[in-house]
Design a binder for this molecule. Structure first.
Ligand code: SD4
Length: 291
């Protein structure tokens, strides 16, 4: 029973998912699909949580985090990278062309230029204006859902039934310089095990990291839970911590298993995901804990 090409991605990322689906329909690998899909949001200047146009840290620097995992369980990531738009492709180069799994900051940027990546100013006029407005109060408050258009985590199954995943972000707006979230960390913002399935996260990365959320979801699926049950259990690990005040932050998860079943769950309303299945690309509102 061959699994049909399938793509799932966080938030309203219709064009990114459509792009990934086309790669799969043309016989491409899940790895190529998630990379090509994520590049769409990295280039989309209107998405202020990914790539070019991302909101800066509190010093006004846009720094990007990304990671990618293939069906062999290989992983590559870049953390805190300035001046490079397509950090998902850079993460893939780390995975495939270095003996390492993570490069950070200046070292990652230097590696990018060696590999022919273009230097670009990532701070757009509208993100610079938003930062200048923020500086008036300098009040740091993570935003729950940015226009339903946010960090992209993407999982795909190709025609051969192999699974890969990718995740790319500018992180939380107005973060401290040097702050890194869950998105580029293996098991946090992304985890894939080709025997079992994959998971990806969005939202307040600190809370995802403290519960190793994506790894947890894949391990719960290994133990027999459906992707939906596994996502719900991972959210419950966060909200059921004693005294945890989760009213002011969001976390959302997506997952898929080897059979092509999918799941999604978030703490609060308005998390959504795009899914390409049976030849159709849809944006679906996720079920959530505070309902
Ligand atoms: C982070 N998880 O850096 C990312 C940001 C995000 O919705 O997903 N925002 O913590």
């Amino acid at each position: 029973n061959p699994v049909k090409p399938l793509v799932i991605a966080t938030w309203n990322t219709s064009l990114a998912v459509e792009t990934a689906a086309k790669v799969l329909q043309n016989g491409g690998s899940a790895l190529d699909a998630v990379e090509q899909g994520c590049r769409i949001e990295e280039a989309n200047e209107k998405n202020q949580t990914v790539g070019k146009g991302g909101l800066p840290d509190r010093d006004g620097d846009v720094t990007l985090d990304a990671c990618i995992m293939n069906d062999k369980g290989d992983y590559g990531a870049v953390l805190g990278v300035k001046n490079i738009t397509h950090v998902i492709s850079l993460a893939r180069k780390v995975m495939e062309e270095t003996p390492h799994v993570i490069l950070i900051g200046d070292g990652a940027e230097k590696f990018a230029y060696e590999k022919g990546f273009e230097k670009e100013d990532l701070l757009t006029e509208s993100s610079r204006k938003a930062w200048e407005k923020w500086k008036e109060t300098s009040e740091y408050k993570p935003i729950i859902n940015i226009e339903n258009h946010d960090t992209i985590g993407m999982l795909a199954i190709d025609k051969k039934g192999n699974i890969s995943g990718a995740c790319t972000t500018s992180g939380l707006a107005y973060k401290m310089a040097g702050r890194v979230g869950d998105s580029p960390i293996i098991g946090g913002g992304l985890f894939v095990d080709n025997e079992i399935g994959g998971a990806s996260a969005t939202g307040l990365g600190e809370e995802v990291l403290k519960t190793v959320g994506s790894f947890l979801i894949v391990e719960l699926m290994r133990q027999g839970k459906s992707p939906q049950e596994a996502c719900e259990e991972a959210i419950s690990r966060i909200v059921n911590k004693p005294g945890k005040d989760f009213k002011n932050f969001q976390v959302g998860y997506i997952a898929l298993n080897k059979q092509g079943e999918t799941g999604a769950y978030s703490i609060h309303e308005w998390f959504s995901y795009n899914i390409f299945k049976d030849g159709e690309n849809k944006n679906i509102k996720s079920d959530y804990f505070t309902k």
